[in-house]
Design a protein around this ligand. Sequence first.
Ligand code: F6R
Length: 366
Amino acid sequence: ERGEYRHYMQKEIFEQPRAVADTLEGRIGPHGVLPNIFGIDADPILDKTRGIHIVACGTSYHAGMVAKYWIEELARIPVVVEVASEYRYRDVVVPENTLFVAVSQSGETADTLAAMRESRRRGYLATFAICNVPESSVVRESDLRLMTRAGPEIGVASTKAFTTQLAAFALLALDLGRRRGLDGARYLDHCKELQSLPRYIENALKSEPEVLKIADHFINKQHALFLGRGAQYPVALEGSLKLKEISYIHAEAYPAGELKHGPLALVDENMPIVAVAPNGPLLDKLKSNLQEVRARGGELIVFADERAEMDTETAHVATVRVDGGGDLIAPAVFTVPMQLLAYHVAVQRGTDVDQPRNLAKSVTVE
Ligand code: F6R
């Protein structure tokens, strides 16, 4: 089953170009997102949508966080993202015409399912599921749905489920954008960009040998800090979650601008810092955040866009160059080297990569 790969996780990381291509297949064309991909009842609901609440756990929650940046920017619809175990017990305010979105690889996560059932009593326009398992409870109980087509995910640490969720969310964000007055040329550019995502992921996988060398660096570390800005902040969160769960190294993620508000105090030569540096308007801000880290002796590992101007001085340990594509798809592309980093650190530390201690693939208890 694992074929040439040492672990399911590695196999699933490398399956991502195919998984994302399958998820986009028959759903987007040269003229944009195809009609009825969210179900035949979707049109009137999506036309009416004026707010979105996204609810999920773990990695799926991080996908929702990226989606918030996309949907708010492209469709100008306010989005709230919340972990299911909080959402379900809270007295949430639901403005008129708000869509409830549940995100789940398995479709059986107890808190996500319970949150979705609770949402029925809270007056939403409809419930929408992004899910990888067609016969799951989350799918059966939703009004609208967009299936990810990652195929079975066996490694406990979620990888291809995440990037396919991002692909599904990008389709939703673009479709909502078109309905809410997104400029036609910009819409088509982003659609083309989304279609190129499998190619960019394929290319990002080529960073593996470089990432493998960097992984050495973490073997004897106890902590790590991940930094990102904008839609790359959830990617930093996802990178830190992957490292925690499979290598058992304590990792945290911060939006880079928050560094000086506390976590900078942790930075010394024993604290590797991983930064995601895509090209774009926030690059200069990020670079100055990284200077602050360097000045304190922190070991910096930077995943930088090929076009981002980074002097070799910026990174202490290494700069890995990744072609992120456009700013829409870049979060999905930069996720790949984060996954590879966590994977190789875990392998070198000798942990049980596919079955990390204390964790279950599908959390069907509360
Ligand atoms: C992390 C991981 C978990 C799941 C979470 C939600 O690698 O796998 O955090 O993402 O348990 O699971 P689903 O998406 O099945 O609801």
